[in-house]
Design a protein around this ligand. Structure first.
Ligand code: HDD
Length: 710
């Protein structure tokens, strides 16, 4: 029986390059084509002939190039990489990729947005998918995760409702990739269980600076089973080595216009540059007997396990180090499934997870069109596949022999089922008993205490961003009763939050009194509202992005704005220092023509002032040099360069004004700067490279946002 090849297969056998000059153009049957310019005609001005099989094959294939996009998570970016285990979890699980110290497991990761279609912007306010396929030697293990640790709903039966509510409205297909519309907030305002997730979604986590700067969470509690059969609950975490960072909402909106592929490009370029994105992989482990020791239910996917209560133990590193060769073949055709597990890992009875276990195979059948999707190179297990499954659309395996059933004697009984000792999978022998009911567990009833925990754990600027996000979203909702109902929900999280949003969206704060709303009296939501609890953990630093800032400017993009006559020495000096710290310097000039510096060097700018925008950079250096500044101040450049500076200033970025740049400084909004703004470095500061580097490493001066926008 054929062995399924590792994903290396995509590197070797299945890859064909279009740039090998010995390989001639052929039809799909391997026939060499000698004219790819003209169709076959009856006379040079005559009709095309049906006989033209080359034309027909080419057009037919083209006509069928599209497959259905994912019903959710349609827009994605993928990369290959490796997972390395630095600390064995042998006491907890028998999954070999988590027990054999130093073991390296190939992975493919696909990041995605949820609400938008395949061609939508990367910068939508949205939860991001963070799906990881581990090609382990015990079979594929998929951790189909998100960049937020909780979910909107508690039961999979609500998933189609949620997705229908957030997707463009069915009558006019508006809006694309946005939750700021009536149907989403109508649904949410009637779903108290979504409140915690809404806090995350309205936080800056929903507008990441980079896919490389996001956390990943398995969301559900899963189970680990060790060799002795002992069970632990486990929560999975990926923590980015570059820290967790976001852009400003106004910036996200501009990026969507200037470069709607911002995240995709950023990931691609980082990997091409050898700046391989890395995450620490960690686990929270809870012995099975401690299941009920928390003030929430471990099976409830709208709850986190605060890191203060169960610390995250870092055990491995995920590194992405190879871009796909072909987007469609790999990133589009990859098929994840939370049900792809291996011995040592098991599901819990989380009703959201249980429903997911049905959905993913089902959706691959309609998206990829065949039960043989596991044979597509990107989906193949590196482990040998032996079974009696046969045939179906686009079958690749050529299975030899007479038998396709078990038991058999003709085939010598092969393939035999595996003993557990041979790595055979066996589910946990969990005791299950109960009435057959269509009910929500009472232990899932508290919907606000962790929403409060999240909100209260944010820094002041983060809270402000969250409030403003809610104001933006709800102000797009045309029906006042939805806005009012939503504010009523917020009142359960924080009084000031509810009050501020209410004021801005023109409604009053009426703390919801569910029985008086138009909900059916027997709705379980009625009961839920009477529960107002305080979380055991009051503040969790891990929930605020502020506490994750790492002291690094690695891979940060610094725009150098210059024109002819710029001080070449100062430019090179700063460039060298920034690059030594791992930052990327890109030159921005009035045009793409070469720029001559004062020492006679000819530099080629990567961008012109009009083809890019400050939102594409993490920090700016306004190059020293009187002549350069003079050119930047002429009428056709002045507005562009000032807009550049003002926008970066407003978005709280670090800006370094070199010598002789007073004219630009004083004409910009920066002249109103507070003297103690650590993000503004001027000629007065002398050679303040360190100050600049420190400011970039802090990501933004969010604390001064009000002052900078005053
Ligand atoms: Fe899902 C895709 C993550 C709940 C049904 N989901 C999908 C992807 C991610 C997640 C990252 C994209 C995978 C890729 O890149 O191909 N989904 C989650 C998380 C959830 C979750 C973290 C909650 C904790 N999902 C969820 C539920 C259902 C689905 C409750 C249905 C009952 N999800 C799907 C799907 C998708 C999918 C319809 C769409 C395309 C696909 O699977 O391949 O089956």
């Amino acid at each position: 029986m054929k062995t399924n090849e590792p994903n290396k297969k995509t590197e070797q056998l299945d890859v064909h390059s279009t740039s090998n000059e010995n390989e001639k153009l052929t039809t799909n049957q391997g026939l060499k084509i000698n004219n790819n310019q003209d169709s076959l005609k009856a006379g040079e001005r005559g009709p095309s002939l049906l006989e033209d099989f080359i034309l027909r094959e080419k057009i037919t294939h083209f006509d069928h190039e599209r497959i259905p996009e994912r019903v959710v998570h349609a827009r994605g970016s993928g990369a290959h990489g490796v997972f390395k285990l630095n600390k064995s979890l042998a006491g907890y699980t028998k999954a070999r990729f988590l027990t054999e110290l130093g073991k390296e497991t190939p992975v493919f990761v696909r990041f995605s947005t949820v609400a938008g279609s395949k061609g939508s912007t990367d910068l939508a306010r949205d939860v991001r998918g963070f799906a990881v396929k581990f090609y382990t030697d015990e079979g594929n293990y998929d951790l189909v995760a998100n960049n937020m640790p909780v979910f909107f709903i508690q039961d999979a039966i609500k998933f189609p409702d949620l997705i229908h509510a957030v997707k463009p409205e069915p009558d006019n297909e508006i809006p694309q990739a946005a939750s700021a519309h009536d149907t989403f907030w109508d649904f949410i305002s009637l779903m108290p269980e979504s409140t915690h997730m809404i806090m995350w979604l309205m936080s800056d986590r929903a507008i990441p600076r980079s896919l490389r700067m996001m956390e990943g969470f398995g969301v559900h509690s899963f189970k680990f089973i060790n060799e002795e059969g002992k069970v632990h609950f486990v929560k999975f975490h990926f923590k980015p080595k570059l820290g967790i960072h976001s852009v400003a909402w106004n910036e996200a909106q501009i990026i969507s216009g200037v470069d709607s592929d911002f995240h995709k490009r950023d990931l691609w370029e980082a990997i091409e540059n050898g700046d391989y994105p890395e995450w620490d992989f960690g686990v929270q482990l809870i012995p099975e007997e401690d299941e009920h020791k928390f003030d929430f239910d471990l099976l409830d996917p709208t709850k986190i396990v605060p890191e203060e209560e169960v610390p995250v133990e870092i055990v491995g590193t995920l590194t992405l180090n190879r871009n796909p060769d072909n987007f469609f073949a790999e990133t589009e055709q990859v098929a994840f499934h939370p049900g792809h597990i291996i011995p040592g890992i098991d599901f819990t009875n989380d009703p959201l997870l249980q429903g997911r276990l049905f959905s993913y195979t089902d959706t691959q059948l309609s998206r990829l069109g065949s039960p043989n999707f596991h044979e597509i190179p990107i989906n193949r297990s590196i482990n040998t596949v032996h079974n009696n499954q046969r045939d179906g659309h686009m079958r690749q395996q050529i299975v030899k022999g007479k038998t396709s059933y078990e038991p058999n004697s003709i085939g010598g009984g092969c393939p035999f089922q595996a003993m557990m000792a041979d790595g055979g999978f066996a589910s946990q022998q969990e005791r299950v008993s109960g009435e057959k009911v269509r009910e929500r567990s009472k232990s899932f009833v508290d919907h606000y205490s962790q929403a409060k925990l999240f909100y209260n754990s944010q820094s002041t600027p983060e809270k402000l961003h969250l409030q403003n996000a809610l104001i933006f979203e709800l102000s797009k909702v045309t029906r006042p009763e939805i806005r009012e109902r939503m504010v009523g929900q917020l009142a359960y999280v924080d009084t000031f939050l509810a009050w501020r949003v209410a004021e801005k969206v023109g409604v009053e704060v009426k703390k919801l009194d569910w029985p008086n709303q138009s909900l059916p009296a027997d709705s379980n939501m009625v009961e839920l509202q009477s529960e107002e609890r305080e979380p055991k953990t009051k503040i969790s630093d891990a929930l605020s992005m502020r506490h994750t800032v790492k002291d690094t400017i690695k891979t940060r993009k610094i725009g150098f704005i210059l024109a002819n006559g710029a001080d070449g020495g100062a430019l090179n000096d700063l460039k060298t220092k920034l690059e030594a710290e791992g930052a990327k310097v890109e030159l921005i000039a009035p045009s793409l023509a070469q720029v001559r510096t004062n020492d006679g060097a000819e530099l080629t700018p990567k961008h012109s002032l009009s083809n890019t925008a400050s939102v594409c950079f993490d920090a700016l250096y306004i190059c020293s040099g009187a002549d350069s500044v003079k050119e930047l101040m002429i009428a056709e450049n002045k507005n562009l360069v000032l807009h550049f500076i003002n926008e970066a200033y407003k978005h709280c970025k670090a800006i370094y004004f070199g010598a002789d740049t007073q004219a630009l400084y004083h004409h910009s909004n920066v002249s109103a700067k507070q003297h103690d703004d650590p993000g503004i470095i001027t000629w007065e500061d002398g050679k303040q490279t360190d100050k600049f580097i420190n400011a970039i490493a802090k990501h933004r001066v969010w604390d001064l946002e009000m002052e900078r926008n005053a």
